[in-house]
Design a protein around this ligand. Sequence first.
Ligand SMILES: *[C@@H]1O[C@H](CO)[C@@H](O)[C@H](O)[C@H]1NC(C)=O
Ligand SMILES: *[C@@H]1O[C@H](CO)[C@@H](O)[C@H](O)[C@H]1NC(C)=O
Ligand SMILES: *[C@@H]1O[C@H](CO)[C@@H](O)[C@H](O)[C@H]1NC(C)=O
Length: 396
Amino acid sequence: MTEKLFWIFIATFLVAVASFTVYEDNFDDDTYDVDDNNNNGERQGKILFPFVSIVRFANVDCASTNTMNGTCLARRECNNLNGTITGNCAARRGRCCIVSRACGTATNVNNTYFTSPGYPAAYAGGQACSIIVNRCNNNICQLRIDLLDMVLAQPNGDGVCATDALTITGGNTIVPILCGDNTGQTLFVDFNGNAAITISVTATLATTFTRRWNIRLTQLGCDCPGLAPNGCLQYYTGVMGTIRSFNYGTAANTALSGSLVTGTRQLANLNYGICIRMEAGFCAIQYSQAANDVFSFTVTGDVEGADNTVLGTAVGAVNGAACTTDFVVIPNPIVVGTNLGAGTDRFCGLGFVPVQSGAKPFVLYVVTDANEGATAITPPDIANRGFSLAYTQIAC
Ligand SMILES: *[C@@H]1O[C@H](CO)[C@@H](O)[C@H](O)[C@H]1NC(C)=O
Ligand SMILES: *[C@@H]1O[C@H](CO)[C@@H](O)[C@H](O)[C@H]1NC(C)=O
Ligand SMILES: *[C@@H]1O[C@H](CO)[C@@H](O)[C@H](O)[C@H]1NC(C)=O
């Protein structure tokens, strides 16, 4: 009798566990799919009980194509998100699901890709194209915006995004208006409570070239280790790396400035911070111009009028009170060559002398004024490209 009661108890317990488990997030809704053959022995492992088939798996990233990653979901979940299934994952129990959205859509799905019409083909332009990003839950603090591929028209010769413009609004981080080549740049935008963040691209129809974009939108939880400190528009991790101004590139802008001299790539109206995570065991940070590129710090002045004794050298470097229009700010720096204080935190001109800073947190601020053309006040800006600076953290 006692033995019978025991077995009834066990049976009840198993059924209870089974019904609970079945309502977990992910269950296999494809058990009878024709595309699933049984000859790999996999079905076997899915049968936990003779009367119910249960499969659960983590919603991890799954590599899908070289331009977009998917998330491993049940097939029905993917269909509900209007996602595209690219293959199997979780040992064929889940479906690799890419969520990609075009112009005029909204998303609250983590890891949504926002692409130009017809991506990766060139987009001719036309009406404004935008996506509204809502938080996927109440515990989301930040949107990480990876510009995986971002080619828009260059600014006009005065550094203003007049032909094409990427604008990001609605968040608590002010994002400058961007254009030109920004492939590889990543932005971190704080959500402003529950308000949506809108990403909008205006692209002038008349201008045709290889304009296109593929932007990955990752929602970061308030406790996520990848979160940037509040307000940092860009956030780098790692002991060394390269930070570039928006639209930094190796070719000159072909547009002319308002005063008909060679235009600038450097964008106007910038005012943001680039933060770098202080890695364990490191106490200071050193910045220097990217090697083998004399244009890698051309922030103010006349690039065309300068020769190679000036471009990218200490002769071209300007700092302090002479930097009033466009400059970077590095707090309390020491000049590496002399080990003496720089006596200023502002740097501009056509060259950059390596400096170190022990001020924490590690932040480099970027400021430009409204006009990057030759009509700007002295010194005139001609053919400025912005900066590409290598950083290295210094061990304690
Ligand atoms: C896909 O994921 C891998 C690993 O996290 C990452 O390195 C890669 O950049 C991602 N690719 C895209 C296109 O999102
Ligand atoms: C999926 O597409 C349909 C039809 O276009 C649309 O009505 C629905 O809102 C979309 N769902 C999501 C989650 O985007
Ligand atoms: C969104 O996806 C990324 C990468 O896959 C992950 O690190 C992050 O935690 C996810 N966010 C949420 C809210 O799950």
